[in-house]
Design a binder for this molecule. Structure first.
Ligand SMILES: [Zn+2]
Length: 210
């Protein structure tokens, strides 16, 4: 085991991502809801994560679909994971995104599998199973509607068109592409977009948890 660990340590982060991240991140073995991003990451690297997670696959598909529709390019799973690791995200937001991606929050379906707390699965105001998608894009009481309207106003100061904040777009925002007048990728615009979208999503989540 030590020999294997040593071999793992020799590899740099991108190749670890290449080799392991997809297989590992669709799986579980640590207590995800209470884990920090770095704990999740360490567990991934040590391959202690074991049980397949449906949410991760579904979230990846949402992102691929949304980004393909908006940019014409379908991102690979690896690119998606890398897009979530950028250090310009605040740490709390990075953790929120990672936990959402791996389905680490106790929401909706999690409670349906419990014996005595099944009612916690439902958003009582909307009478829908409460998923992160519901909270961020559909809920009548999470504040999502107003927060996205305000975020849109902020974005429109750039005179760029506002991409509809679908669930896949919210999760994959750092893969959006914007062009400058010469048709070259505009990185500062993407950075601005990513920051306002991730901040808005995290704010909606925090309001939901109050
Ligand atoms: Zn709701």
């Amino acid at each position: 085991a030590d020999k294997l660990a040593g071999e793992g340590a020799k590899k740099d982060m991108p190749s670890l991502l290449n080799l392991n991240i997809m297989k590992s991140l669709t799986t579980e073995g640590i207590r995800l809801a209470s884990a920090t991003q770095s704990q999740i990451y360490k567990a991934i690297i040590k391959q202690r994560i074991l049980i397949p997670r449906k949410e991760t696959t579904i979230n990846l598909e949402y992102i691929k679909g949304a980004i393909e529709e908006a940019t014409g390019m379908r991102p690979t799973s690896e690119r998606i994971w890398l897009s979530l690791r950028h250090n310009f995200f605040a740490k709390s937001i990075r953790e929120f995104y990672w936990k959402t991606m791996v389905g680490a929050y106790y929401l909706g379906e999690f409670w349906l599998h419990t014996q005595h707390q099944k009612d916690r699965a439902i958003c009582t105001e909307c009478n829908e199973v409460e998923t992160m998608k519901h909270i961020l894009t559909e809920c009548m009481v999470s504040g999502q509607y107003d927060i996205w309207k305000l975020t849109q106003k902020l974005w429109e100061t750039t005179e760029e068109e506002w991409p509809e904040p679908s669930y896949g777009m919210i999760l994959g925002c750092n893969l959006m592409e914007f062009k400058d007048k010469e048709g070259n990728p505009n990185k500062s615009l993407r950075r601005f977009y990513t920051i306002i979208v991730t901040e808005a999503a995290f704010l909606i989540w925090k309001i939901r948890c109050e």
